[in-house]
Write a protein that binds this ligand. Structure first.
Ligand SMILES: Cc1cc2nc3c(=O)[nH]c(=O)nc-3n(C[C@H](O)[C@H](O)[C@H](O)COP(=O)(O)OP(=O)(O)OC[C@H]3O[C@@H](n4cnc5c(N)ncnc54)[C@H](O)[C@@H]3O)c2cc1C
Length: 387
């Protein structure tokens, strides 16, 4: 059933996070975190205290029970102000919490899920490589078994959060390449393991958690570092493209939704303060129409995101809807932010105003987590359009 209205518990959660944003994430700090590419660990820890990390963790492992809609609402609220905090939340509650819940071994769940809920431990995704973007299964990093250990060699690229994480969730080849999608494994590797070297990348936006090249030179990890345990060696592809991937699309849609909402709110406010030709610019018809358009597009984005989240909460098949939401919301949010920047004229282009940051941040959303082109492929393929 499509969720048009927010349930009471999600509305309460949203209220509580909105208060948190106001108190702990004022605009000036958000601006500074972006400028310094800084992850505010103290704010992350306060977010843990708020209890929102446990939204992806079952009660038996110390969480409050898996609630994708509430998780999405938290991401949206945090990302209205700062991707430094919103990104850290995703790396913890989603990358760590959801993946461990979906595909972790019982031992990994018992050990790590309480740490997600109560300490906010962080995973960084080590999937992309210098020669590997959309074609994820072609990773060249390898892990070779020697006794009860694996020896990892290779290069990862664009690993967001590598320097602040507890584990790099690393996709490696663990057997011959005879079949593209076989013989892949996901490993949990602490970033301070000997043989790992991090080199920061200077990105245009998505500042805060930091984005890194990661090299692995004969990194030794125990066999129980395989996500799901030893029996899941060579099972990485199935683990990667399971329900976790559908949820990842919605996480990114939620980030885009937060940025777009902040842009609309700022442009709405600015249009009432800026006076030209002796009147507020919000009285000019073309500005009014732009504001009507962004409000309308935002509402469509909101409905698509929460409809997909609701399907996931009901454990219904949602691959098509999550791809549609990722595609539509990220592309449309980019249009929304560009229009809002136009409304603010020159002031939308200078660093004194947050609109400049929204512009930089929104541009990555249609690229991350499967580009818009890849989502279009997913949609027609899943709907079985003959190729
Ligand atoms: C700031 C930032 C943070 C990131 N964080 C992470 C992270 O934490 N972990 C991680 O693993 N990766 C991360 N990435 C990498 C990101 O997920 C990849 O950029 C993304 O998967 C796309 O890969 P690519 O950019 O190399 O594009 P490519 O795959 O090289 O594609 C280039 C172009 O071709 C198109 N294209 C490719 N294949 C097809 C196809 N089959 N059909 C149609 N069009 C196609 C794409 O849409 C794109 O327009 C990050 C990237 C950035 C910039």
């Amino acid at each position: 059933m499509m969720q048009l209205h927010e349930s009471e518990h999600v509305a309460m959660m949203r209220e509580s996070v909105a208060r948190f944003v106001k108190k702990e994430m004022p605009r000036e700090l958000a601006k500074e975190w972006d400028a310094r590419n800084y992850f505010p660990r103290d704010v992350h820890n306060k977010l843990v205290e708020l209890g929102v990390m446990g939204l992806t963790v079952a009660e038996e492992y110390g969480g409050s029970g898996r609630d994708i809609t509430a998780t999405v609402a938290v991401i949206e609220e945090l990302c209205t102000r700062s991707l430094s905090v919103g990104g850290g939340y995703i790396n913890s509650a989603c990358y760590a919490g959801l993946n461990l819940s979906e595909v972790g071994s019982e031992q990994q769940k018992r050990e790590l899920l309480p740490k997600v809920a109560n300490e906010g431990i962080i995973f960084a995704y080590g999937i992309s490589e210098p020669d590997v973007g959309a074609d994820v299964a072609s990773v060249k990093s390898v892990a070779t078994r020697v006794g009860d250990n694996l020896i990892v060699r290779g290069e990862k690229r664009f690993c967001s959060g590598a320097a602040i994480c507890d584990y790099i969730y690393t996709l490696v080849r663990t057997g011959p390449t005879e079949n593209h999608y076989k013989n892949l494994s996901l490993l949990l590797i602490p970033p301070n393991t000997p043989g790992i070297r991090l080199s920061p990348q200077d990105t245009m936006g998505l500042k805060g958690v930091g984005t890194y090249d990661v090299s692995f030179e004969d990194v030794v990890v125990p066999i129980n570092s395989v996500m799901g345990g030893e029996s899941c060696l060579n099972n990485g592809w199935t683990q990667l493209v399971g329900p976790g991937l559908d949820i990842e699309k919605i996480e990114i849609a939620a980030m885009a939704l937060g940025i777009a909402r902040a842009a609309v709110e700022d442009a709405w406010e600015y249009s009432q303060q800026r006076v030209q030709f002796g009147k507020q610019i919000c009285t000019i018809q073309s500005i009014r129409h732009m504001l009507a358009e962004v409000k309308t597009k935002f509402e469509a984005c909101r409905l698509m995101t929460y409809n997909a989240a609701s399907l996931l909460d009901q454990h219904k098949p949602a691959s098509v809807e999550t791809s549609m939401a990722k595609l539509f919301v990220c592309d449309t949010a980019r249009e929304i932010v560009i229009t809002c920047q136009q409304i603010m004229g020159a002031y939308g282009y200078v660093k004194d105003f947050d609109m400049e940051r929204y512009m930089r941040d929104i541009l990555i959303m249609p690229i991350l987590g499967g580009s818009s082109a890849i989502q279009k492929n997913n949609i027609v393929n899943r709907l079985q359009l003959p190729r």
